[in-house]
Design a protein around this ligand. Sequence first.
Ligand code: AMP
Length: 256
Amino acid sequence: MSNLRILVACKRVVDYAVKIRVNAAGTAVETANVKHSMNPFDEIGTEQAILIKEALAKSKGTAEIIAVSCGPNKSQETLRTALAMGADRAIHVETDEELQPLAVAKLLRAVVDKEKPDMVILGKQAIDDDSNQTGQMLAGLLNWPQATFASKVELAEKAMTVTREVDGGVETVKTALPAILTTDLRLNVPRYASLPNIMKAKKKPLAKLTVAELGVDIKPRIETLKVAEPPKRQGGKIVESVDDLVDKLKNEAKVL
Ligand code: AMP
């Protein structure tokens, strides 16, 4: 396996550290004037592509890493982050329309048809919609094998071996390439982009595509009826002693 082309999906989401608020209409999470960043699982995906490229370089192989993001103009900031981490070029599919996972999967399929990668890496889920659907749908649309929730990846000639964390332990699967890979939290620790690399990333190629150019129907198929905040937590109580705690658990909370 000496030359690989890897597509990495990078979604721009509300930053993981922001306290999420529901909008006044109760129809969505408030995204105006809120810090956004690359979806953390996509940072892991970008890092994995770079690790694969670095490993290949040791055996005189090469890899080209293409970061792809679908969404509004600001998604380009996310792509610049991927480029600063080490992606070679980026593709922005620009739209201000709402994108549901099926729409993103169809857009990514159209990009795959153009770019013919050996592997597409996605996050296991986007932390804003928690859908955990896009990678699986893309695999279905392309009729490619998929290895989801990866916590370890090893590449061999035209194949990859992936360790997955499942409820009962770890499962190891092997699949031929081209294939879809989705990242889990423990796959790697993403690198920070250094200042020189952030500067260099400004000069790396970033191509723009429109939904119309890709000929994809992105109409939402699911209607959100309501978004509500979780119930407010009741204040805690300080107990005087262990006996007091056991008494309260038995007689007030009735959990013992
Ligand atoms: P989801 O199925 O929405 O939980 O998202 C799973 C993964 O699909 C994300 O971690 C991204 O890798 C990819 N993805 C979802 N939406 C987008 C988007 N708008 N642009 C690029 N990648 C996306």
